[in-house]
Ligand binder design. Structure first.
Ligand SMILES: Nc1ncnc2c1ncn2[C@@H]1O[C@H](COP(=O)(O)OP(=O)(O)OP(=O)(O)O)[C@@H](O)[C@H]1O
Length: 275
C-alpha cells in the first residue's frame, strides 16, 4: 500500500491537518487535490502529499514533470507568474497558505529557500547573513554577530570564513557560496527549508559537504529537496515522491521507492530506463 493510502490525518478545530495518526508524526505541509495551470498548460495534476516534520522529503522525476513548480507553490513563489491558476489546497502547519488572508511575508519567514545556482548578494559574507535579520528590524551589532556566527556554524562554513567575514561573498568558491546561502536562510530561523537542486552546480566534493549538511539540518528543520540525482535522493531523504507529467506517480519511504516501488513507471525511472 502506498504512503498516500496509509496516511491517516488528524485535523485541528479549524480543519487544518496536523498529525499522522498512524505514526504520530507531525505534518508540516499537506497538499490536497492541487492543480496548477500556466495559462492552458496543466503543470500539476491532483497532487496529494503530506510532508513530515524533521524529515528530508525528496522530489524526483524527469525534466519538465513539475518538480520546481511544486516546490515553488510551497512558498507561493509560483504566484509571481501572472498566468498561473491554482485549485485545491496547501496547508502549512494546519493553515491554508492559498487563503488570501495568509500573508506571504509571514510564510517566507517560516520557509526559506535555496536555489540551484548559489545566489549570494554582492555584499560581504557578514552582510549576506545579516540581511534577513536586519530586514526584520534587528540592529544591535552584538545580536547580529551572534546570529551570523550561529548561522554560519549551522551551515558548516564558519571555520572557512570566520577570518574574512568582511570580504565579498563572490570571492568564495561555488560550494562555499551555496553553504553561505544556506546560512543566509538559517539566519531567519525558518521552520522549513526548500531546496531546488541545490548541488547541481557543485563539484562532487562540495556536493558531499552539502549532503552531509542536509543530514545535520534535518535534526532541526524540515527539508524538501528537488533533485535530478537519484543516488542523492536515496542517500539523504526519508521520503521520496516520484513526479511524472505533473502527477505524483508514487510517494513513499525512500527505501521502498528505491528497493520495492509499487508502480512500474517508478521502477523504470529509477533503473534508468527513461528520464
Ligand atoms: N514560468 C512558466 N511559464 C509557463 N510554463 C512554465 C513556467 N515554468 C514552468 N513551466 C512549465 O511547467 C512544466 C513543469 O515545469 P517545471 O520547471 O516545474 O519542471 P521540473 O520538473 O522542475 O523540470 P526541470 O527538472 O527541467 O527543472 C513544464 O512544461 C514547463 O515548461
Amino acid at each position: 500500500m502506498a504512503l498516500s493510502q496509509k496516511v491517516n490525518i488528524a485535523y485541528n478545530e479549524k480543519g487544518g491537518p496536523l498529525l499522522d495518526v498512524n505514526t504520530d508524526k507531525k505534518i508540516v505541509y499537506n497538499t490536497k487535490d492541487l492543480n496548477l495551470w500556466y495559462g492552458k498548460d496543466h503543470a500539476l495534476k491532483n497532487i496529494n502529499l503530506a510532508v513530515y516534520e524533521r524529515e528530508v522529503t525528496a522530489i524526483i522525476g524527469p525534466s519538465g514533470c513539475g518538480k520546481s513548480t511544486y516546490i515553488k507553490t510551497l512558498n507561493r513563489m509560483v504566484q509571481l507568474v501572472p498566468t498561473v491558476r491554482i485549485s485545491g489546497d496547501i496547508s502549512y502547519r494546519g493553515k491554508s497558505i492559498l487563503d488570501k488572508s495568509y500573508k506571504v511575508e509571514d510564510l517566507r519567514t517560516r520557509v526559506g529557500m535555496v536555489f540551484q545556482k548559489p545566489n549570494p548578494f554582492p555584499k560581504s559574507i557578514y552582510d549576506n547573513v545579516a540581511y534577513g535579520p536586519r530586514i526584520h528590524g534587528i540592529k544591535n551589532r552584538k545580536i547580529l554577530d551572534q546570529i551570523v556566527e550561529k548561522s554560519l556554524r549551522g551551515a558548516a562554513i564558519w571555520d572557512e570564513v570566520k577570518d574574512r567575514l568582511n570580504e565579498n561573498a563572490y570571492g568564495l568558491s561555488g560550494g562555499q557560496q551555496q553553504r553561505l546561502c544556506i546560512a543566509r536562510c538559517l539566519a531567519i530561523e525558518p521552520d522549513v527549508i526548500l531546496m531546488d537542486e541545490p548541488t547541481s552546480a557543485l563539484d562532487p566534493k562540495s556536493t558531499l559537504k552539502v549532503e552531509e549538511l542536509i543530514h545535520e539540518l534535518k535534526k532541526e528543520y524540515s527539508i524538501i529537496i528537488v533533485t535530478h540525482n537519484m543516488q542523492q535522493a536515496a542517500r539523504i531523504s526519508d521520503k521520496t515522491a516520484f513526479f511524472l507529467n505533473g502527477e505524483v506517480v508514487e510517494y513513499d519511504e525512500t527505501d521502498v521507492i528505491f528497493s520495492n516501488p509499487s508502480d512500474k513507471r517508478t521502477e523504470d525511472y529509477i533503473t534508468g530506463r527513461f528520464g
